[in-house]
Design a protein around this ligand. Structure first.
Ligand code: KIV
Ligand code: ZN
Length: 512
C-alpha cells in the first residue's frame, strides 16, 4: 500500500444488501462486482458466506471472476462462519476474510451473553481460524462507537498479535459525531501497540446523517481504509456513500492529501446499475449521483456557470461519469454488436438461445425507442433474462382502457407455472386496475408498501422503470420491471415482486 493511498472497501453487496428488499441474485451480484472492479475499488465485500447457500455461491462466483480487486467475505467470530468464508473466497486472486464480534457492553451482555474475556478469546480464535485460509484478515469490533476505549485497545492488541492485518472501527448504530469519531481513531492508533503494522479502517452508518462526515473525520484521524456503499445503501439509514467519500477526498486534496484508485468516471454508471438492480431510486438532490447534482436552476447561478464554470461548480459532471451513458446501439445494430456491448457491460448470457431471445427484445425496443443506451440494456436483461427468482408468474397479455370521464379498466392474462389465467378489473387509474386484476388471480396477501416510476434515460420515449415493494409475513421484497409503456412496466414489476416472494431464500442476518 502506498503511503498516501486511501483504500476503498465497498460493501454494497453485503451491508448494502441488508437494506430491506435489496437482496440480489447471484447474477445480479456478479454484474455489480464486475462494475465495482471497473470502478477501481480495492476491496469488494461480496457477501456473508454463512448466511445461505446462495450467498456462499455468489461470493465463490465473484472470487472466480474478479482479478483486480480483493474479494472479501464477512464472518461472525465462529468457526463455522470463518470456514465458510474461507471456502467461499478460495478461488480469489486476492481473498480476504472479515471477521467481527461486538465489543460494547450493551451487545456483549444482551446479544452475545458473553463476558469481555470470552469476547477477546473468541476474537483471537476467529482471526487464527481465518489465517488458515488467507494472510489478509480484517477484524471489526462491532458497535465500537459504544465500546469502552480501554477494552477496544485490549481487543485490537490481541487480534493484531493473532495476525489481523486490517482493524475496522465501526459506528454500527450511526451514533457518533465527526469530532468524536476522528478523535477516537486518533487515540486508538496512538494507544494500540504495533498500530503502524496494520491498516486502520472505519465503517459508519448514517442514522444521524453523518456517516460520510464521520468517515472523513476518521481519515483525518489516521484511518486509511473507508468502508462504504454505492448510493449509501445499507442497513437502516445506510452506510457512508462511496461516491461522496471519493469525491470529497479528491476535491479537497488540500485537506486530505490522499489518492484513491477509483476511476471517477465510472461513478454514475455504477450508481445507476446498483439503483436499477436493487430498486432503490437515487434521490434527485443526492450529492454527486443525484439527477440535480449538477443542474443550476437560478438565473444568477446559470449566468455565473456560463461565464466561468467554477463560480458555482466544485466538480465537473463529466469527471463523475455524467454523460458517460454512451449511445450504444440503434435499430440497425446487429447481433454481434449487441453481444459485444453486453460483454463490455459485464453481462454474459448463459446460452445462444438466451442471447437470441435478448436480441429479439432489443429489436422490439429499438422499434419503440430510436436511441438505446447502456441503462436500457441493463434494464432489458434484468427484466427478462438473468433474474433467477423463480418464474412462477409471467405477463402474457395486458389491455388497459383509460380515457377521460371513464373508469379505467384492465384485462390481464398471466401464466402461473405455465398455465394461463385471465382477469379483469376497474381501478382508480390504469395501474391500479392492472394490479387489482392481477391480485384477483394470485390472491398474494402481500401488502404493497411502495410504488415508484423512474425514467431510465431522458425523453418521452424513455423506458419507465417501476419498483414495487411488498411485505408479507415479515419479509420485504422489491420487484422491478421496465418498458416504454409504464403500465406494462408496472405489471412486470408486480409479477417480479410476487416471484421473489415465492422464492423462499432463507438467509441468516450477520448481526442477529
Ligand atoms: O455495522 C457494522 O458494525 C457492520 C460490521 C459487520 C462491520 O456491518
Ligand atoms: Zn454495517
Amino acid at each position: 500500500m502506498k503511503k498516501n493511498e486511501l483504500i476503498i472497501f465497498d460493501t454494497t453487496l453485503r451491508d448494502g444488501e441488508q437494506s430491506p428488499g435489496a437482496a440480489m441474485t447471484k447474477e445480479e451480484k456478479l454484474r455489480i462486482a464486475r462494475q465495482l472492479e471497473k470502478l477501481g475499488v480495492n476491496v469488494i465485500e461480496a457477501g456473508f458466506a454463512a448466511a445461505s447457500q446462495g450467498d456462499f455461491e455468489s461470493i465463490h462466483a465473484i472470487a472466480e471472476v474478479i482479478k483486480n480487486s480483493t474479494v472479501c467475505s464477512l464472518a461472525r467470530a465462529s468457526e463455522n462462519d470463518v470456514r465458510r468464508a474461507g471456502e467461499a473466497i478460495k478461488p480469489a486472486a486476492r481473498g480476504r476474510i472479515h471477521t467481527f464480534i461486538a465489543t460494547s457492553p450493551i451487545h456483549m451482555e444482551n446479544k452475545l451473553r458473553m463476558t469481555p474475556d470470552q469476547v477477546v478469546e473468541r476474537a483471537v480464535q476467529a482471526v487464527r481460524w481465518a489465517r488458515e485460509y488467507t494472510d489478509d484478515v480484517e477484524f471489526s469490533a462491532e458497535d465500537a462507537v459504544r465500546s469502552d476505549m480501554d477494552f477496544l485497545v485490549r481487543v485490537f492488541d490481541a487480534v493484531i498479535k493473532a495476525g489481523a492485518k486490517t482493524i475496522n472501527v465501526p459506528d454500527t448504530v450511526g451514533y457518533s459525531i465527526p469530532v468524536q469519531w476522528g478523535e477516537r481513531m486518533r487515540q486508538l492508533i496512538e494507544r494500540v501497540p504495533d498500530s503502524d503494522k496494520v491498516v486502520w479502517s472505519t465503517h459508519c452508518h448514517n442514522d444521524l446523517g453523518m456517516a460520510v462526515a464521520n468517515s472523513l473525520s476518521a481519515v483525518l484521524g489516521g484511518a486509511r481504509q473507508v468502508e462504504c456503499t454505492i448510493n449509501g445503501l445499507g442497513e437502516r439509514a445506510g452506510n457512508a456513500s462511496l461516491e461522496e467519500i471519493v469525491m470529497a477526498v479528491r476535491t479537497r486534496k488540500d485537506v486530505f492529501n490522499l489518492e484513491t484508485t477509483i476511476d471517477t468516471t465510472q461513478i454514475v454508471p455504477t450508481s445507476k446499475l446498483v439503483s436499477s438492480i436493487t430498486g432503490y431510486p437515487v434521490q434527485p438532490n443526492k450529492a454527486v449521483v443525484g439527477a440535480n447534482a449538477f443542474s443550476h436552476e437560478s438565473g444568477i447561478h446559470q449566468d455565473g456557470v456560463l461565464k466561468h464554470r467554477e463560480t458555482y461548480e466544485i466538480m465537473r459532471a463529466e469527471d463523475v461519469g455524467w454523460g458517460a451513458n454512451k449511445l450504444t446501439l440503434g435499430k440497425l445494430s446487429g447481433r454481434n454488436a449487441f453481444r459485444s456491448r453486453l460483454k463490455e457491460l459485464g453481462i454474459e448470457l448463459e446460452s445462444e438461445e438466451l442471447l437470441n431471445a435478448a436480441f429479439s427484445k432489443f429489436k422490439d425496443l429499438a422499434d419503440k425507442k430510436s436511441e438505446i443506451f447502456d441503462e436500457d440494456l441493463h434494464a432489458l436483461v434484468s427484466d427478462e433474462f438473468i433474474s433467477d427468482a423463480s418464474e412462477t408468474f409471467k405477463l402474457v397479455y395486458l389491455n388497459v382502457c383509460s380515457q377521460t370521464g371513464e373508469v379505467p379498466h384492465a384485462n390481464v392474462t398471466i401464466s402461473e407455472n405455465g398455465q394461463e389465467k385471465k382477469a379483469e378489473a376497474d381501478g382508480g387509474g390504469p395501474v391500479d386496475a392492472t394490479f387489482k386484476a392481477i391480485e384477483s388471480i394470485v390472491n398474494s396477501g402481500a401488502e404493497l408498501q411502495l410504488y415508484s416510476v423512474n425514467n431510465i434515460t431522458s425523453g418521452t420515449d424513455a423506458q419507465g422503470e417501476v419498483t414495487v415493494r411488498f411485505s408479507r409475513g415479515g419479509r420485504i421484497v422489491n420487484g422491478q420491471g421496465a418498458d416504454t409503456d409504464i403500465v406494462v412496466a408496472s405489471a412486470k414489476a408486480y409479477l417480479n415482486g410476487l416471484n421473489k416472494l415465492h422464492s423462499k431464500s432463507e438467509r441468516a442476518h450477520p448481526q442477529v
